[in-house]
Ligand binder design. Sequence first.
Ligand code: PLP
Length: 371
Amino acid sequence: MIPFLDLKRVNEPYQVTIQQAMERVANSGWYILGREVEAFEQQFAAYCQTRHCIGVANGLDALTLVLKAWAFPANSEVIVASNAYIASVLSITLAGLVPVFVEPDPLTYLLDPSRIELAITPRTKAILPVHLYGRCCDMTPINTLAERYGLNVLEDAAQAHGATYEGNRANRRAGNLGDAAGWSFYPSKNLGALGDAGAITTNDDALAERIQALRNYGSSQKYVNDYLGVNSRLDELQAAILSVKLPLLDQNNARRRTIAERYLNGLKNPAVKLPPANQLAQDAWHLFVIRHSQRDKFRTYLHERGIGTDTHYPIPPHRQRAYSAYAHLSFPLAEQLHREVVSLPLNPALTDDDVEYIIETINSMSEKAND
Ligand SMILES: *Cc1c(COP(=O)(O)O)cnc(C)c1O
């Protein structure tokens, strides 16, 4: 059996060093906003080549806090792809703003720069490009539009740890491609904690200072509150674990790329639509997402042969009950993607044999099985 993701195996190489880090925190007597959080913030800012990193409780909070810190008028609009993950959309709503959906690029499944301009209204204040599946959105035209219309750009980098983008601002890492970025270190991400964790990266000093206060009751000095803040602190234990795992992120991403390359070269089933291959080296390959017109049948076929898969994601945001106000809208591209996408196993714990077996199983599907 090849599970879609076995986190115990993914974390096995760190077993000893994580135990040591946890013991260090347990023995320190200091558990919230201390040396470990500061150290990880510095390391992750250095990794992303940004001036600041602020640790928070999770990825949803990271995105929400940036949007709140920008203090746009209530009901200002934020442009986001119609196939975005629900948390990206929720962050807009939770900040008192209005998500405006635009259809994704049909080849990359990412925010389509050519569709943004039509969605801009006098109420538009920000663009939220989600680097879905580990691939950076096309940030050069997005930033150009943002500059022209005076909009802020918030990257959702929760799936893109270590991804890079070659744009007109040279070769940069995800998290350093807009005005600010929200990160998640949910256990299944490319850089995952052993619990919930998140962060914001930015080069904006004033924004960083405000978010540092917002995550801690709106206070930058104990018992003095400048903003209506929240409690969204990254804790010392998760920060210490992330510091153990960060140095191996690039190596793990390289392994992900090798597996992705094998899939791209090896999968020959004509009913399987592969992801774009042109950014192999820049993509963080958080997920390897293919499309199949008989998605559920395809998943069952693989499951019966011991291969676990997942679906990212089965229901588009505007079809969720939580967003029933959007139910009358039609986004045919997003809807088709949500009907057809399947994620194959892709993580550093997979062996070469696992990958070969998955490729062979998919290639040997008969025409009838595909139908
Ligand atoms: C995981 C994820 C989030 C949310 O992160 P949490 O830590 O689970 O709150 C947001 N956006 C995207 C694209 C994600 O994959």
